[in-house]
Write a protein that binds this ligand. Structure first.
Ligand SMILES: Nc1nc2c(ncn2[C@@H]2O[C@H](COP(=O)(O)OP(=O)(O)OP(=O)(O)O)[C@@H](O)[C@H]2O)c(=O)[nH]1
Ligand SMILES: [Mg+2]
Length: 473
């Protein structure tokens, strides 16, 4: 393993503090050349995991900055290797010089040091068994978190929340596979037979756990990437005004000309504690205008890919004043209902001439809106009700669940595959198939879970098989 080094904080622009991180066998001899501890001790002698004040030196041995260094001898370090951190002033120039000094020191000390690649420190932590894959992914999620809830979930996942939830499933599958293997491969040994009912019960439990995990997946993804929310409605309904009100600034152009918004406009906002990825769209109507027609096309697509639809109707138009509009509005409601997605009905312009529309017209028993809100983008009346409706649709979830939500597609796909294989194994068992058939599926399930956690199953199965032998064998 090479010695790697990188600016871990403060590289983007001037900041109060900057951090340079170093890791790899032999890195202390490299560090010794760029840091002179104030207490006179050699770098290798610095007390582990304690900050020490001293001077950082540049390539020529000149003082670059005064700051703190910490020595983390492996394996009790983030990466599991010998590693160190330098905390200096957050000047990008100082940080760059310090990094260059480390590379130069590496060259002369015979322990070459190089720039770390993206995620390389965490990759080493994974390879050295300091983190499993779910935890490594949690590191990225935590850094990228856009809401407090997302950060909390990532922190709990980093603490092993997801792994702990997967462990019982993995245990059960390991138990079944190792028993079957022992019976199949070593028929002469005196090993306890497999009891099919017990194995079936264990598989049923594994199925249940994986299903619960997959059910929470939508919440996990909402936490992480937010809710894709399409704002749709007829031209001039007040869609862009709503986007601007939620964003808190004039993101989209608003005019009284119907057909103002042509292209889709996107903006992320926090609404009721939920991260919404808003997509403001062109008003939906039949049109001859080529540009507008393309915009309308995009609106329809936005609706198809959304997790939530906000249907905005002009609340200031007398319902029976313009028959044609009403027919169009009903068509639109129908189109929204047909997507099968959760939607919120919004009557806009509440500040104008009282509320004329408060609810949706009859939908012939089809799925109605999750909520109906009358609001004004101008005065802000009713905005709170919208926030409440959104919060109710995407609840923060049980705090006990934190850290054990699948947050990305890779995890969802692997958990889904594991469940399918568990179900096949159960069916094989119940149909009285040979142990081989059950084994293939149970092993496939284990492999899929192994992909989730990064723990490969093969070695564990082997050691379990032999643990069933008597002592001395
Ligand atoms: N008084 C009042 N006027 C509003 C409100 N919301 C929108 N308007 C007005 O309604 C008109 C249309 O608003 P937009 O937000 O551009 O409507 P839109 O649905 O985005 O329209 P298109 O982009 O053309 O489809 C503008 O003149 C807005 O100022 C509101 O809450 N109160
Ligand atoms: Mg608009």
């Amino acid at each position: 393993m090479d010695v790697i080094a990188a600016v871990a904080a403060g590289g983007g622009g001037p900041s109060a503090i900057g951090v340079v991180r170093v890791s790899g066998p032999g890195c202390f001899s490299v560090c010794a050349r760029v840091f002179r501890a104030g207490n006179g001790k050699a770098f290798e002698e610095l007390e582990p995991r304690k900050m020490v004040l001293g001077e950082m030196l540049d390539r020529e041995g000149r003082v670059l900055d005064r700051g703190l260094a910490v020595r983390f001898p492996g394996p009790r370090s983030y990466t599991g290797e010998d590693s160190a951190e330098f905390h200096c002033h957050g000047s990008p120039v100082v940080l760059r010089e310090l990094l260059a000094a480390l590379f130069a020191a590496g060259a002369v000390s015979g322990t070459p040091a190089r720039q770390a690649g993206p995620g390389e420190f965490t990759k080493r932590a994974f390879l050295n068994g300091r983190l499993d894959l779910t935890q490594a992914e949690a590191v990225v999620d935590l850094i990228d978190a856009e809401t407090a809830a997302a950060a909390r979930n990532a922190a709990a996942q980093l603490d092993g929340g997801l792994r702990r939830r997967l462990e019982p499933v993995q245990e059960a599958l390991l138990d079944i596979t190792s028993r079957f293997y022992a019976v199949v491969d070593y028929p002469d040994e005196d090993i306890e037979d497999v009891r099919p009912e017990e194995a079936a019960a264990a598989l049923r439990e594994a199925d249940r756990s994986l299903t619960a995990l997959l059910d929470g997946c939508r919440r996990g993804q909402v936490l992480k990437r937010g809710v894709r929310t399409a704002i749709v409605g007829l031209p001039n309904a007040g869609k862009s005004s709503l986007l601007n009100a939620l964003a808190g600034y004039d993101r989209a152009i608003v005019t009284d000309v119907p057909g103002t918004t042509r292209d889709t406009v996107e903006e992320s906002v926090l609404c009721g504690g939920v991260l919404l990825r808003l997509i403001d769209t062109a008003g939906l109507r039949e049109t001859e205008d080529q540009v507008e027609r393309l915009g309308v096309e995009r609106s329809r697509r936005a609706m198809e890919t959304a997790d939530l639809i906000l249907l905005v109707e002009d609340g200031a138009v007398e319902p029976d004043a313009i028959d044609e509009d009403i027919a169009e509005e009903l068509d639109l409601q129908e189109a929204v209902v047909l997507t099968g997605k959760p939607w919120i009905y919004i009557a806009s312009k509440r500040d104008l001439s009282g509320i004329l529309k408060t609810a949706v017209r009859s939908l012939d028993g089809k799925a109605g809106p999750a909520a109906s809100v009358s609001l004004s983008a101008v005065t802000g009346e009713g905005m709170e009700e919208l926030e409440q409706a959104v919060a109710a649709l995407f609840p923060a979830g049980d705090p006990a669940e934190a850290g054990s939500l699948l947050t990305d597609q890779r995890q969802e796909e692997a958990a889904g595959r594991a469940r399918e294989a568990v179900r096949r194994a159960r069916a094989a068992l119940e149909e009285g198939m040979t142990p081989d058939a059950v084994l293939t599926d149970a092993e496939e399930a284990l492999e899929a879970i192994g992909e989730l956690t990064g723990r490969t199953a093969r070695e564990e199965i082997v050691s379990r098989i032999f643990s069933r032998f008597c002592v001395g064998k």
